[in-house]
Design a protein around this ligand. Structure first.
Ligand code: URA
Length: 193
């Protein structure tokens, strides 16, 4: 992980590198247990994350903590990262080029942690992970895919890819929060299997 972080620090190939350095932002590698059974993959850091270098530490992070607590998990029990490791300007969606550029770092993190469940937080990471694990024929909108677990073969064994709504959707919407709580329970069961 230290090696990956060192590479991110000097990742000049990224169109987000200049924006990061000009704003004195940090790359956000991810954090949590290196032996976690569950790995969460969000979209990209926001301002708070880029300032602190920690994933999900703003409003979405607060919701993520609540969702983790709803299935009796703490941040230290899981690993949390994003597909894109630098903040896109004005919190815009990461571009396909940015996702492709940063994805190899995520692939290496999955290989290091070897989680049993990879949980996609939102459409961007869901799409990437579905392609990465050969599930492109099963791709559907996140409104259909959320709460579903797809069994796939990783190089180190069988794992589940679980699609979840991004916690940001639940900040102002109680129904979405209830759905996320339900889907977190489905995800937790996959770890116990
Ligand atoms: N949203 C994300 O997708 N990732 C973060 O780290 C914070 C907000």
């Amino acid at each position: 992980m230290d090696q990956i972080y060192a590479e991110l620090l000097k990742f000049k190939k990224s169109p987000l590198y200049k924006y990061r350095t000009e704003n004195k932002y940090l790359p956000v590698l991810g954090e949590g247990s290196l032996t976690a059974k569950i790995m969460f993959v969000g979209e990209a850091p926001g301002r708070k994350e880029a300032e602190s270098g920690r994933p999900f530490c703003g409003a979405s992070g607060k919701l993520l903590d609540e969702l983790l607590a709803s299935v009796k998990l703490k941040r230290e029990d899981v690993y949390i990262t994003n597909i894109v490791k630098d903040r896109p300007p004005e919190n815009r969606d990461p571009t396909p080029e940015e996702k492709e550029l940063y994805a190899p770092f995520l692939d290496r993190q999955i290989e290091i942690i070897k989680p049993k469940v990879v949980a996609a937080l939102g459409r961007h990471s869901m799409e990437y992970l579905m392609y990465h694990f050969g599930l492109e024929s099963k791709l559907e909108p996140i409104s259909q895919a959320h709460g579903k677990a797809f069994e796939v073969k990783a190089p180190y064994g069988k794992i589940s890819v679980v699609a979840l709504y991004h916690p940001a959707v639940a900040i102002y919407n109680r129904n979405q929060k209830a759905t996320l709580i339900k889907d977190f329970k489905i995800m937790k069961k996959k770890v116990l299997l």
